[in-house]
Design a protein around this ligand. Structure first.
Ligand code: AMP
Ligand code: MG
Length: 492
C-alpha cells in the first residue's frame, strides 16, 4: 500500500511550526512537497533527541509520525521547500547545487528552542541535477549514527531524529533500498548559500541572507562596526573550534566542500566520513578523493580555505578586502588554542605548561610511527599510573624505548596534578565507543536483512561514548582485518 495521506494534514501534538527561512522569499528556495515512498517502516527512532525536543512519545511512535517523517503526509503548518546554494567541490567552483534530495519542512518550536526539520532523501527537487532525490538505507544509517555520535562527543553537529525505510529500490553501484533521515538543526544554511548569491551577482539577496543569519544566529555581530566582517570572524571561530574537535577525536569528514560547511559551525552532511582506526595523519577516508584533498591532516587548512571562499563571497558587503582578511585571521589563533585545549584534556592536564607542546607532539609522532589504534590508545591512557610500567598502553607500541621515554616525561608532568581531576577530564575526553567503519557496516548488513537492532544498540552506545557498557565490550575493541578493506565513496 502506498501511504500517501495528503488530504488530512498531521499536527505534532503540543509543538507549533514557524517559517523563518521561508520568509526570505522565492529567490532562496522552491516550495514543493516531498515525494511519498511506498509502505514505509521505522528503521530507528532517536528517543533521547525526541525527549530533548519535547516530542510526545506515543505520537512519535505512531503511524501518523511515520508518514510525516517519510514525507508521505503533509505536516499542518509547514511550508516544505528546497533551498538553492552553490559551492566549491574538491577545490573547483561547481556552480549551482542546492537541496537535491533534502526537503525542509519548517522550523519547529521545540523544548530545545527553534529547530529546523529536514527530510533527507524525500524525493526530487529542482536542484536534483542528475540525482534521483533519494538516499539509500546504508548511507542513512551512517548519517543518523554519526550525527548522534558527534553530539555524544560534545562536537557541534546537525542531529538526526529518525530513519524510515521503504522497500522502494534505488540504483547506486548496486540496487539498494530507500530511506529518509529526519535531520534537525537550528539552521541548514551553508557557506555555499552565500557563494550562490555572491557569484550570481545577486548582492541584494546576499545582504538579505547575511542579515537573516546575523539577526537570528549571530545577534552580537549587529553591534560591530562592520557586521559582515564580524559575522565572518564569528563563523571562522566556530569553524576552528569544530575542526579542532574533529582532529582531537580522530574524525575525518571526507567531503569538506564549501556546500558541506555549516554557517553555524556544525558538522553537516555525513557521507564518506571515518573515525581513524590506526593513527595515520595522511589518512584519506573518501574513496573518491583520489588526490587526498580531504585527508585527516589537511582538514584544518581546508577549513581555512573554505572560510576564505566565504570571505570572498561576503566581499560585496564589505568596504575593503582587508576587513575580510582581518576577520579570517582569528582562525589562526582559535584553531591551535582549541586543539591544545582538547589535547590537554585528553592528557588529563588541567592547565597548559610550556613543555606540554613537546608532550603532545611527542605522542603524535609515536602514534603515527607505529600506526597505533587512536581511540584505544587514548582510552587506555586513562589508566596510566605515573612511574609504573603501564603495560596496557606500552603494549600498543613497537617502539618500546620511545614509549618509555615519553611515559617518563608524562609521569613527571602528572606529579603535581590532582588524580581525581585528571581522571574526570580524561574520562570525558577519551571515549570508549566511536563509530568505526566496521561497526556501521555490521549494523548496515543486518539492517539490509530487516534487523535494525544493531542500529539501536550503536545509537545507545554512541550517545554515551565515555560510559562503560559491559555487554558491548566487543564493540570497543580493535577493528577486524576486513575493516581496512571497506571502501566508502561519495555514493550515498
Ligand atoms: P553531497 O556530496 O552529498 O554533499 O551532495 C552534493 C550535491 O549533490 C548536493 O546538492 C546534493 O543535494 C546533491 N545530491 C547528492 N545525492 C543526490 C541524489 N541522490 N539526488 C539528488 N541530489 C543529490
Ligand atoms: Mg552536501
Amino acid at each position: 500500500m502506498n501511504a500517501v495521506i495528503k488530504d488530512s494534514a498531521a499536527a505534532i501534538p503540543g509543538l507549533a511550526w514557524n517559517k523563518r527561512f521561508a520568509t526570505l522569499g522565492p529567490d532562496f528556495f522552491t516550495e514543493l512537497q516531498p515525494t511519498p515512498l511506498p509502505s514505509p517502516y521505522w528503521v530507528s527512532r532517536n528517543a533521547a533527541l525526541a525527549r530533548a525536543l519535547g516530542l510526545d512519545e506515543p505520537w512519535f511512535a505512531s503511524q501518523e509520525s511515520l508518514a510525516l517523517f517519510t514525507g508521505n503526509q503533509v505536516a499542518q503548518g509547514t511550508q516544505p521547500l528546497a533551498s538553492v546554494y552553490s559551492g566549491h567541490q574538491f577545490g573547483q567552483w561547481a556552480g549551482q547545487l542546492g537541496d537535491g534530495r533534502a526537503i525542509l519542512l519548517g522550523e519547529l518550536q521545540t523544548a530545545a528552542g527553534p529547530q529546523e526539520i529536514q527530510l533527507k532523501g524525500a524525493g526530487l527537487t529542482p536542484y536534483s541535477r542528475m540525482g534521483d532525490g533519494r538516499a539509500v538505507l546504508r548511507s542513512s544509517i551512517r548519517e543518523y549514527l554519526c550525527s548522534e555520535a558527534m553530539h555524544g562527543l560534545g562536537i557541534p553537529t546537525t542531529r538526526a531524529l529518525a530513519i524510515t525505510g521503504s522497500d522502494a529500490r534505488v540504483r547506486r553501484e548496486e540496487i539498494e533500498t530507500a530511506a529518509v533521515v529526519t535531520r534537525v538543526a537550528p539552521s541548514f544554511i551553508r557557506f555555499g548559500h552565500f557563494e550562490h548569491f555572491s557569484y550570481s551577482d545577486q548582492h541584494e539577496q546576499l545582504k538579505t541572507l547575511a542579515d537573516f543569519v546575523i539577526d537570528n544566529f549571530y545577534p552580537d555581530c549587529r553591534d560591530a562596526a562592520q557586521p559582515y566582517a564580524a559575522l565572518l570572524q564569528a563563523v571562522s571561530e566556530r569553524t576552528a573550534t569544530m575542526v579542532a574537535a574533529w582532529q582531537a577525536v580522530g574524525f575525518c569528514h571526507g567531503v569538506m566542500n564549501t556546500d558541506n560547511m555549516s554557517i553555524l559551525g556544525l558538522t553537516i552532511d555525513y557521507g564518506p566520513f571515518q573515525f581513524l582506526d590506526a593513527f595515520d595523519p595522511g589518512h584519506i577516508c573518501n574513496h573518491s578523493d583520489t588526490q587526498g584533498r580531504y585527508a585527516y591532516n589537511k582538514q584544518p587548512n581546508i577549513a581555512y580555505w573554505n572560510l576564505f571562499c566565504l570571505g570572498q563571497a561576503l566581499l560585496p558587503l564589505m568596504d575593503t578586502q582587508e576587513q575580510a582578511l582581518a576577520a579570517l585571521e582569528s582562525y589562526k589563533t582559535v584553531f591551535p588554542q582549541a586543539l591544545e585545549a582538547r589535547m590537554r584534556a585528553k592528557l588529563g592536564l588541567p592547565d597548559l605548561q610550556p613543555e606540554d607542546k613537546a608532550l603532545i607532539e611527542g605522542i603524535f609522532k609515536l602514534l603515527a610511527a607505529d600506526k597505533v589504534d587512536y581511540t584505544i590508545f587514548w582510552r587506555r591512557l586513562n589508566g596510566f599510573v605515573p612511574g609504573s610500567d603501564n603495560a596496557p598502553v606500552r603494549d600498543l607500541f613497537l617502539d618500546r624505548p620511545g614509549f618509555d621515554a615519553w611515559a617518563l616525561q608524562y609521569s613527571e608532568r602528572l606529579t603535581p596534578v590532582d588524580h581525581g581531576l585528571r581522571a574526570d577530564l580524561m574520562l570525558k575526553s577519551n571515549p570508549k565507543y566511536v563509530l568505526r567503519n566496521h561497526l556501521g557496516e555490521q549494523a548496515i548488513r543486518a539492517a539490509k536483512l530487516n534487523d535494525f537492532s544493531g542500529v539501536d544498540t550503536l545509537l545507545k552506545l554512541l550517545q554515551t561514548p565515555s560510559e562503560e557498557h559491559p555487554d558491548h565490550e566487543a564493540l570497543a575493541g580493535f577493528p577486524p582485518d576486513w575493516a581496512s578493506a571497506i571502501e566508502i565513496s561519495c555514493s550515498s
